[in-house]
Design a protein around this ligand. Structure first.
Ligand code: FAD
Length: 447
């Protein structure tokens, strides 16, 4: 039975839209509020949209595996009208290049296998045979291109790479978000676009000011830039890198920090595109070099980003609205010169790239998906550069959480358990609690 609550989702990225879809599918009244004129135009649009299951914990591996199952059945998930253009999940495989084959690497492989993920270990010789354009020299510890010895060989080889065979990426993240919006709209969700939330007001109970969809609610009043006021009983913070600002607007001290971290992603030509008899370039998380790269536009180009090796400056932003969307010459050079050691055929090209942001949970780089101490106020934040892949699952998870907590369940004391629909694995939603201690994590985007 649907409730008679009005749900407001603050943020029309892939997370907010996924939550709206699942709430609407349960017959709930839901409105997504987004300051851009279209959904998916925040940091989601800059996402590399990589879908992989290589994580440091069982819960994140399970969540990612469930996400991958949904992406591979995108049409079934959305049930679109026939003529709709849909995002595509391309499974090109992914390498995780390791300096040494530690017990942590072996445990990661074992964890992935336990969850049914297809994975194998390739030593340096096997890697070179399979992907001959990749150099197998070790670059660890990662040096700055400014260092005098940057071009000097280390004389060591990498140990090899974890090869996740069915990892891939989605084309395109913005289209995927619009697909979700359309599915949510078909299920009855509303979208209030092109209007910014300037203030969050309201009491903690039902009052007599304001009418929303026939309901009288004063729990949340959103003061909008347009001068309008939106009313709701439930408010979900899905504001991406603006999450901590929105928590402040709602006068909620979460007790767990989320912060915008500026990122740059650069594009370059793929020198090994369509080379006969050679495996196409997979996605590569080069942990040894502190880089990741992936095919783009069907493999004509590569996208290149950083895994934040030690020694690189982290660009934490106080104000997400101060993010410079232009990429910098210094970062472009740093990334590209490092890549040229791993992929020597890459040419030094003119700068093509953009600056965007992760919303990072500084504690452990895992998301915060939880209720808060303010009744009716929920958060789906701190996605730390890696929650595109899991967004459709997060939509289901948040819907279950909101439904149960609004019905009186004490999730803080008795964390909800949820069985994932595709993979059948049960996860403990307490993992994502704002009250948790730090989970095992690489404290990078790899989680
Ligand atoms: C460069 C980069 C690469 C990434 N690569 C990957 C990857 O390969 N794989 C992966 O799984 N994940 C990846 N991610 C992470 C993934 O893209 C994010 O976790 C995900 O897109 C976050 O979605 P979101 O909806 O929370 O945030 P957003 O898309 O930022 O949505 C939040 C929305 O809230 C709106 N908003 C904020 N404040 C207000 C307000 N006051 N009023 C109205 N609207 C407001 C914003 O306009 C925005 O549209 C990457 C991220 C980046 C930046």
């Amino acid at each position: 039975m649907p409730s008679n609550r009005e749900h407001l989702i603050l943020g029309g990225g892939i997370i907010g839209c996924s939550i709206a879809l699942e709430l609407a599918r349960r017959g709930e009244s839901v409105t997504v509020v987004e300051r851009h004129g279209e959904v998916g135009h925040g940091t989601t649009s800059a996402s590399c949209a990589i879908v992989r299951c290589f994580y440091s914990t069982d819960t994140m591996t399970a969540l990612a595996h469930e996400g991958a199952s949904i992406w591979s059945a995108w049409r079934e998930h959305l049930q679109p009208t026939q003529d709709e253009e849909l995002a595509r999940f391309l499974r090109c495989g992914m390498l995780f290049i390791q300096t040494t084959e530690t017990s942590v690497v072996q445990e990661t492989i074992a964890r992935m296998q336990r969850h049914g993920v297809e994975v194998q270990w390739l030593d340096a010789t096997q890697l070179r045979a399979r992907f001959p354009y990749l150099d197998v020299a070790s670059q660890f510890p990662v040096r700055s291109p400014d260092a005098d010895d940057f071009f000097e060989p280390t004389g060591r080889q990498i140990a090899g790479a974890v090869h996740e065979l069915k990892a891939g990426y989605v084309i395109s993240p913005a289209l995927a978000t619009r697909n979700i919006r359309d599915a949510a709209a078909r299920a009855g969700a509303r979208f209030h676009l092109g209007d910014e939330v300037l203030a969050i007001e309201g009491s903690t109970g039902l009052g007599d000011t304001g009418v929303a969809n026939g309901l009288v609610s004063d729990r949340f009043r959103l003061r909008m830039q347009s001068g309008k006021t939106l009313h709701g009983d439930v408010l979900v913070n899905a504001a991406g890198p603006h999450s901590s600002l929105v928590n402040r607007m709602a006068a909620v001290d979460l007790g767990i920090e989320t912060r915008p971290l500026r990122r740059e992603v650069h594009a370059l030509s793929n020198p090994a595109h369509e080379r006969p008899g050679v495996a196409p370039v997979p996605i590569v998380a080069d942990i040894d070099s502190g880089l990741y790269f992936q095919p783009e536009a069907g493999g004509i180009d590569l996208l290149l980003g950083s895994l934040d090796p030690q020694g690189d400056v982290m660009e934490w932003l106080e104000d997400p609205d101060e993010n410079d969307v232009q990429s910098s010459v210094a970062c472009h050079e740093r990334h590209l010169l490092r890549l040229m050691k791993r992929f020597p055929e890459v040419q030094f090209e003119r700068k093509r790239g953009l600056g965007s942001m992760y919303d990072v949970t500084t504690l452990d780089w895992n998301p915060v998906l939880d209720r808060t101490d303010r009744p009716g106020y929920y958060v789906a934040i701190g996605t730390s550069g890696s929650s595109f892949k899991t967004a459709p699952v997060i939509g289901k998870l948040m819907t279950e959480l909101i439904t149960q907590v609004e019905a009186g369940h004490d999730h803080d004391q008795h964390p909800l358990q949820m069985r994932l629909e595709q993979t059948g694995i049960e996860i403990d939603l307490g993992f994502f609690s704002r009250l948790r201690g730090a989970h095992n994590s690489s404290n990078t985007v790899l989680g």
